[in-house]
Design a protein around this ligand. Structure first.
Ligand code: I3P
Length: 128
């Protein structure tokens, strides 16, 4: 589309279904509650949607969906965290505000792609 690189329409980098649990809020530990989440990486943000069935990559447009929550990746940290779960293929995302999430997939190649993509976005923001 003509305005796909317009700053008001950030580019969709990646979208897909992952298992997610928040494990800390503002540095305070939370009880785990794993749920499938439709995860969208767009611009500097990772956006989580509650109802994966109603979301597909092609249907997603900025502004017309209702995210459950959104994470600013600037200053965030990702690290593999298989020690933090009995599940395999888990990484942790920590935001500057001290919110922590675990993201997981049964498919190793898929979670590795997510890790690498989020990591590269964080690195790009660090260099800005
Ligand atoms: C938790 C639940 C989580 C598990 C967590 C348990 O129990 O089984 O799935 O995390 O383990 O405490 P509950 O439902 O009673 O809260 P993983 O699946 O990531 O292992 P943990 O306490 O060792 O984190």
């Amino acid at each position: 589309s003509p305005d796909s690189n317009d700053s008001s329409t950030p580019e969709l980098e990646k979208a897909g279904l992952l298992n997610k649990t928040k494990i800390a809020e503002g540095g305070r530990k939370l009880r785990k509650n794993w749920n499938p989440s439709w995860v969208v990486l767009v611009g500097n943000s990772l956006v989580f949607f509650k109802d994966p069935k109603s979301q597909t990559p092609s249907s997603w447009k900025p502004g017309n969906s209702r995210p459950e929550s959104s994470v600013d990746l600037r200053g965030a940290v990702v690290q593999w965290a298989n020690d933090l779960s009995s599940k395999k293929n888990v990484f942790k995302l920590r935001t500057v505000t001290g919110n922590e999430f675990l993201l997981q997939s049964e498919t190793h190649s898929l979670i590795r792609e997510w890790f690498n993509t989020i990591h590269s976005v964080i690195n790009r923001l660090d260099r800005e």
